[in-house]
Design a protein around this ligand. Sequence first.
Ligand code: DX5
Ligand code: ZN
Length: 215
Amino acid sequence: MQLQIAPSILSADFLHLDRDIDLLNRHADLIHLDLMDGSFVPNLSFGFPVVEAVARKARIPMDAHFMVVEPGRWVGRCKDAGIQMMSFHYEAAGRGTAALIRSIQAAGMKAGVAIDPDVPVERLYPYIGKADYFLIMSVFAGFGGQKFIYESIDRITALQARIQAKGAHTPIEVDGGVDAGNALALKQAGASILVAGSSVFHAPDPAAAIAALRV
Ligand code: DX5
Ligand code: ZN
């Protein structure tokens, strides 16, 4: 599966979002948007005013990652903003996961199911063939700039094996501490969408940092 690079604008310079979205339009595959409610995770990020501003400028698909208690509330706003991919945490949706996948898809978006590093990867197996993609967190959701948790590689390997065993082709996205040093191992484990915040935006040359992730 072709690797897609999804820089997270959480680490961008919000005073120069215009410039940074331009850069992503030219060099990246997706724009990763981290929505946090201060409840599901102990941090706030940004909301729809920022998402809608990014949408006006985006020429590549937007990938919204909801780290909120009630992700289902935001399906309509995402659709209206022109979001193409919407992921939410299994820990938030629980038994409502399958229904939320369907409602995101009914709104014309791709539905992704995310899990934090302490959730057994087996929890995702029932959604193979239902979800459009999976998001494996390789740090605990809530903050950019954390250290990559190495065990995430084994989780991706296990999920990829299960996806293949079921004859599916569901992409696996990985998010947290991704950089040029672990990109190849992540790709080999079966990840096909790499999210990267600080390794892109804190690099002296973000375009080169994106290129370096294309292992
Ligand atoms: C963390 C977010 C990530 C974050 C990644 O909760 O989901 O998308 O921005 O940032 P880095 O790449 O710096 O770990
Ligand atoms: Zn994210």
